[in-house]
Design a protein around this ligand. Sequence first.
Ligand code: GTQ
Length: 324
Amino acid sequence: MATATQLAPSSTGDAFFKSVHEKHAAPLWTVLSQMVPPYPNPKAVPTVWRYSELRPSLMEAGKIVGAEEAERRVLMLVNSNMQAPHTTDTIYSGLQLVLPGETAPAHRHTAFALRFIIEGEDGFTAVEGQKIRMERGDVILTPPWNWHDHGNEGKDPIIWLDGLDLPIFRSVPVNFAENYTESRYPSTPTPESPLRFPWKDVRAALDADKSNSSHSVYHYNGKGRKHLSDRISAQAERVAAGYTTPGHKETCSFIYHVERGEGSTKIKAADGTETEIKWTTSDTFAVPAWSEVQHTCLSNTDAYLFAINDRPLVESLGLFRESA
Ligand code: GTQ
């Protein structure tokens, strides 16, 4: 007969815990609060990637490996409390470089990808036969199982931010991938592709939003659908010069990227830990789920932020919650 409540194995070892372990079972009561926590407990922590620091490393990568040889020449953005492919718990991001004359060869995969163009004007991504020009600030989608290759027909490097749903395949391991037989999949120039969201349209929508003169939020939507994909989507925000946005949190995580401007973001994690990230144009930072976010624009012109989010995933699982 048990004489006392036992919460964990005793230091001398315990026959009960040992025998249970050998039967591939474990006592729930020792870990219950981890499994069913009082509030969300993401593993990811706020992390920043400064473009001025990473760009030189990306250019160095350009000397070490060719785009064709690498298949994708990318520096993954690894959350400081996790391992690749985790930029947040659910979103993967990376910086991809294609040098003049190079091709990143055609492949396709179950994973969804979106790209936000950071620099270079004469790059293209060819998606399932549509050859789409990349211009700074554009968002271009690669839907699941679409053949895609990337190229650079200009004189300058082209660099963009990749956003993929790769972390999801750690817990739902059903990603497939295939390489095309040739380097490029046949494509024709498609200036008005439904897969391309030009920055000038997004910026015009942010500037025209009169609901709040100091802060506007634009949610990208996939031409007739609520979000850009089933798992990840994107938004853009304008923060007026000198303004601080009210605190807001969601059960979603975000990869923020600064299109333009200088400022800082206060991130109060679910456990109360506060972090302040200072940013400037082309920097990227990760915001874990259920973190209160407050942006301040410190430049004397408005700041424009782009963010990849996991809202479609969270919503479709019935897990979306927000709080002001
Ligand atoms: O461009 O297809 O950053 O397949 C990671 C995986 C980019 C891509 C990434 C990929 C790609």
